[in-house]
Design a protein around this ligand. Structure first.
Ligand SMILES: [Zn+2]
Length: 389
């Protein structure tokens, strides 16, 4: 039976985050006849007991996803199969990795220079909780001390009781990242370094996003792009990455080709980019900026590592460009308001997520207006009328 042939692909291991391509092929028998070890298919349902192989069958067309080819097909590429049948590749949704099970309060070694302790603030926006990283051994730096939760701070200080904390780095001032810095500084005398304080007078003062920021954050040193601080046996270099928050920074650890990516790039989810604090234009530029780097792994502010950063970041860019394209086509079709665009772009959306979708559409519209591609009439961005420029 042809389907049996597909099961050989299990030896290629589980799907990593990074890329996922949907494909459409008909009739489906050609698919099995032409599988080679270059391809495998995750989340099996019907064709084989192998959990790596899966298809959703909508006769006579097969939809599925295709991952981890040694040479990745491009979006739009047609792959010639052995009998002359062509497989059209379409970039699909990003494959997120939510397989992270960090127990809060436990300091876990991740690499020779990196350890992680997860805060007990799990939630819909924080996933399993904020990841606080410890860099170095003996004389260490902390990255993202997390929320000011006594259990988290105590667990961190207890785990490091025979080491010296010399510096506390902060990626951005959202309340799940920076407030713990003060308690750690008070207990150890360590310096607070990293992002600038949130400017509460910026853009739209008094906007609801202000509430998400830590107004008591007071760094000893504000780092700027490329600014490097030497630790014992390691250095941390500031990579400014505004977008999720205007003051967002990542920190590179060149000794391990690693990047602490904060909330800019995370394996478990896309980043929240909501105006006025978040800005799509900056977010996209900050993604593109990461493509110029050669980091081998990202350690994000929530969830597990991004193990193939380049392809993952490319997928994030593609995802947002795809969304932008859908919004533009809705504008061209005559939709003029955020609610109309949301209703047509996010068909079948859980109503509980409508507000979040509206803010995401707004972030794109703001970017399109800044780029001169869209005109906005009215001042209240969410209630404005938008038209193609
Ligand atoms: Zn954040």
């Amino acid at each position: 039976m042809r389907a049996g042939k597909a099961s050989v692909h299990r030896k290629f291991g589980p799907v990593e985050n990074g890329y996922r391509y949907s494909y459409v092929i008909q009739p489906f028998v050609h698919l099995f006849a032409n599988l080679t070890p270059r391809w495998f298919f995750p989340n099996a349902k019907w064709c084989s007991p192998d959990p790596l192989i899966s298809f959703r069958l909508t006769t006579p067309t097969v939809y599925g996803c295709l991952s981890q080819a040694p040479r990745l097909p491009r979006d739009g590429q047609e792959i010639a199969m052995s009998d002359g049948f062509n497989l059209a590749v379409q970039a699909g949704e990003i494959s997120f990795d939510r397989s992270f099970f960090g127990a809060p309060g436990e300091l876990v070694r991740l690499s020779p220079l990196v350890r992680r302790i997860v805060a007990s603030n799990a939630g819909p926006m924080t996933f399993t909780g904020t990841c606080t990283y410890v860099v170095g051994t003996g004389e260490v730096a902390i990255i993202d001390p997390g929320p000011d939760r006594p259990d988290h701070i105590t667990a961190l200080l207890t785990a490091l009781h025979d080491e010296t904390i010399t510096a506390i780095y902060v990626t951005h001032t959202h309340k799940d990242h920076s407030p713990g810095a003060r308690a750690i500084k008070a207990a150890t005398g360590a310096r607070i370094l990293g992002c600038a304080p949130y400017d509460f007078t910026s853009r739209a003062a008094g906007n609801p996003i202000d509430a998400a920021h830590d107004s008591d954050y007071a760094p000893d040193t504000i780092l700027r792009d490329g600014g490097a601080i030497e630790g014992k046996n390691f250095s941390l270099i500031c990579v400014e990455t505004p977008g999720h928050a205007m003051n967002h920074q990542a920190f590179a650890l060149p000794q391990e080709n690693a990047l602490f990516s904060g909330d800019h790039v995370m394996a478990w989810s896309t980043s929240v980019v909501v105006p006025p604090d978040g800005a799509m234009r900056h977010y996209m530029a900050s993604l593109t900026k990461l493509l110029t780097r050669a980091d081998k792994i990202y350690w994000p502010g929530h969830g597990g590592p991004v193990k193939e950063p380049q392809s993952f970041v490319r997928a994030l860019i593609r995802h947002r460009r795809g969304r932008e394209k859908s919004i533009l086509s809705r504008l061209n079709a005559g939709d003029t308001t955020v609610p109309l665009i949301v209703a047509n772009v996010y068909k079948g959306l859980n109503p509980a997520l409508t507000g979040a979708a509206a803010l995401s559409v707004l972030a794109h519209l703001e970017d399109l207006v800044e780029r001169g591609l869209v005109r906005m009439e009215g001042s209240a961005a969410l209630g404005a009328i938008y038209r193609p420029a």
